[in-house]
Design a protein around this ligand. Structure first.
Ligand SMILES: [Zn+2]
Length: 407
């Protein structure tokens, strides 16, 4: 059992505490609060962390670590489909050794920037048996794609799944990620959903990321539509609805899904999302990737007003220059001036914990929660600490994951 003391404690479960303390036993917090109360029974070992703010470790709700070597390799594209084509060409030029290195470098970068949990989409599951145990809590989501019809789709989905689950993870877990409505068939989405329900897995998918994706589903037109048609994708699902309604009306997602992007929503989409059954849907906004791809404004207010669980993610280095949630919070702050610093911190702690259905385990410093936390230099007043954290530009020097000191 170890007790820690710090200048300011940000639990994310109540107001910040000046001169705070917390006690960790094994992988969990057993106490947290004012030092005067927490340390009242004079524990033998008290680590004084000094002039720092301690807060829950950050949770990156959308990332692709296997693209980490693509930093700077792709310039902002004139169109979404040209960006997709460029990624595909780059992917073909990389070897498994490159993907392994990319994933490891990605973990290091996340850790340096205070991330203790990542929702990572994997398009190269073959490297998993070679990957050393991840240093942080990781959910590996197996990416599923079937642009052209494949008769062996069930074997593909379940075969990959079996392979994947046998190469399990120590901290975190596994999930499925039908890529997007333009690259994954209705059948593949159904399989992923069935599989997730029977095995209690999370599902994440990309939806309505670009204007081109919207035009493809709504009008059967545009560059993405023409590109996929040429590749042999059956286009019968295009020309009548939005990408989101295509998934909702065909029962291809449910409210437990974690949906990335939703940049392109129409009034009808927003009306559907107002219904009670969609209130719990988790949506991941990736502010810097969004800017890189020049999408329309993400409807953050419309989604939060409806009670949806909006989280932040970095996406990959194919559309970003860092895997740093502090920069993402600052980018979101510039665009959405009504967001408070506390709202931004919730979007990288308690909200993504809820997206994983782990709100009682992650995202807060509280008795019973898993002991994942970080310390940042801070000596100001408690009332300014949320803003102080959002403005942090230094690498994280102290971090606990599962009660163990990593940095
Ligand atoms: Zn993505």
């Amino acid at each position: 059992m170890t007790a820690y003391q710090c200048h300011t404690l940000v639990t994310m479960g109540g107001p910040p505490i000046e001169n705070g303390a917390f006690v960790v036993e094994g992988p969990r917090f057993v106490k947290a609060g004012r030092a005067a109360d927490v340390l009242a029974d004079r524990p033998k070992e008290v680590v004084d962390l000094g002039e720092v703010a301690v807060m829950p470790g950050l949770i990156n709700a959308h990332c692709h670590l296997d693209y980490t070597l693509m930093r700077g390799a792709i310039l902002p594209a004139q169109s979404f489909s040209r960006w997709v084509k460029r990624i595909n060409a780059l992917k073909r030029s990389l070897t498994d050794r490159d993907y392994l290195r990319a994933t490891q470098l990605g973990f290091e970068e996340l850790q340096r920037n205070g991330t203790t949990t990542v929702l990572n989409i994997v398009s190269t599951p073959q490297i998993l048996p070679l990957l050393p145990l991840p240093p942080i809590r990781t959910w590996f989501f197996l990416e599923l794609i079937d642009v052209r019809p494949r008769p062996w789709i069930e074997e593909h989905a379940f075969g990959s799944w079996t392979f994947f689950s046998e190469n399990g993870v120590q901290l975190g877990g596994l999930g499925l990620s039908p890529h997007a409505p333009y690259t994954a068939s209705a059948k593949l989405y159904q399989l992923a959903l069935e599989c997730s329900r029977s095995m209690n897995l999370r599902v994440t998918t990309h939806v309505a990321e670009s204007r081109e994706e919207y035009a493809m589903f709504a009008n059967a037109s545009g560059e993405l539509h023409d590109f996929l048609k040429q590749l042999g994708r059956p286009m019968g699902d295009c020309g009548s609805t939005s990408p989101l309604r295509h998934l909702i009306e065909n029962n291809l997602i449910d409210s437990d899904c974690i949906v990335a992007h939703l940049n392109e929503l129409d009034d009808r989409d927003l009306e559907i999302l107002s219904r009670t059954e969609w209130r719990n849907l988790s949506v991941v906004h990736c502010p810097k990737s969004h800017r890189f791809l020049h999408q329309n404004r993400f409807p953050l207010e419309g989604l939060t007003e409806r009670g949806l669980n909006v989280c932040l993610g970095t996406d990959s280095l194919a559309s970003n220059d860092s895997l740093n949630l502090f920069s993402e919070m600052r980018m979101a702050q510039k665009t959405y001036q009504k967001l408070t610093a506390q709202d931004l911190l919730e979007m990288v702690t308690t909200r993504p914990a809820r997206a994983l259905k782990l709100q009682h385990e992650l995202g807060k410093i509280a008795a019973g929660h898993l002991a994942d936390c970080i310390a940042l230099p801070y000596k100001g007043a408690p009332r300014d600490v949320f803003e102080g954290i959002v403005q942090n530009r230094s690498p994280i020097k102290w971090m606990l994951v599962n009660g163990q000191k990593l940095r």
